[in-house]
Structure formats: structure tokens, C-alpha cells
Design a protein around this ligand. Structure first.
Ligand SMILES: [Fe+2]
Ligand SMILES: [Fe+2]
Length: 146
């Protein structure tokens, strides 16, 4: 059973991503930067996928909110586009900063708009969703859920 609700689980991942961007900016060695960039990439892709497969559809079913969902999906698409560009030019630190900006903006939308609305919605089982998110994440990372 999850110890925390789905919003807290997802927001912990946001904090981890933000911390990884800080590490990226603090790293001066090009190889170290590449390692951190690929960690960021994997973390973001898995995070977006579990949101899109599990959290967003449940949020939409429970709240009927189309607008927040459209915004979120658009921001995920933008992040994926940037990730694809970064994959094509691994030395481009400017693109990583652009990605950081986009992610900070998106995280803020989820934190300030989507999560408060999810928590205020009675028919949304946030503990159950946390279990599903965790299980799917473990599957995507190729590990066994604890
Ligand atoms: Fe998201
Ligand atoms: Fe998120």
C-alpha cells in the first residue's frame, strides 16, 4: 500500500527533477553533464508516461476538467520535442535550460492547479492511484515493485 497520495508521489518526482537540473547546471565536466542529462531524460519520460496513462485519465474522469488536461498534454508534447532536440545535439546546454524552464512552468501548473483540484475531488482515490503509479513506474524502469 502506498504511504502517500498520488499528488505527493508525483510532486516528489518533480522535486527530484528540479534537483537534477540544479546538478546539471553545477556540473562543469562535459561527461558528467551528459550522464545527468540522460538521467533527467529517463526520469521525465517515465514521469510523463505514468501521468498520461494513469493520473490524467483518472483526473479527467473524476473532475470532467478538459482545459487543465489539454494544457498538461500540450506541455508534455513540448517537453518531448525538446528532449528529442537534445537527443540530436547532446552538447547543447541552451536546450537543457529551455527544457528546465518548460518543466518548471509545467510543474507549477500541476502544483498550483491540478493537484489542489484533485485533492478537493471526493471521488478520486488518490491512495489507490499512488499504488498504480508506483507499480507502472517500476514496470517501466524494469524493476520489481518493493
Ligand atoms: Fe505532467
Ligand atoms: Fe508532473
Amino acid at each position: 500500500m502506498a504511504q502517500q497520495d498520488a499528488c505527493t508521489l508525483l510532486d516528489d518526482e518533480h522535486n527530484e527533477a528540479i534537483a537534477m537540473f540544479e546538478q546539471y547546471k553545477a556540473a562543469h565536466d562535459a561527461r558528467r553533464r551528459q550522464v545527468i542529462a540522460s538521467e533527467i531524460r529517463q526520469a521525465l519520460l517515465v514521469h510523463m508516461q505514468i501521468e498520461e496513462e494513469i493520473f490524467y485519465p483518472a483526473f479527467q474522469r473524476a473532475t470532467g476538467d478538459q482545459e487543465l488536461l489539454q494544457d498538461a498534454n500540450k506541455e508534455h508534447a513540448e517537453a518531448r520535442e525538446l528532449l528529442a532536440k537534445i537527443e540530436g545535439d547532446r552538447q547543447d546546454a541552451r536546450l537543457m535550460l529551455e527544457l528546465e524552464d518548460a518543466i518548471l512552468h509545467h510543474v507549477n501548473d500541476e502544483r498550483e492547479k491540478m493537484f489542489p483540484k484533485a485533492r478537493a475531488t471526493k471521488n478520486l482515490d488518490l491512495m489507490g492511484l499512488a499504488d498504480q503509479l508506483q507499480a507502472r513506474k517500476a514496470e517501466l524502469l524494469g524493476t520489481v515493485a518493493a
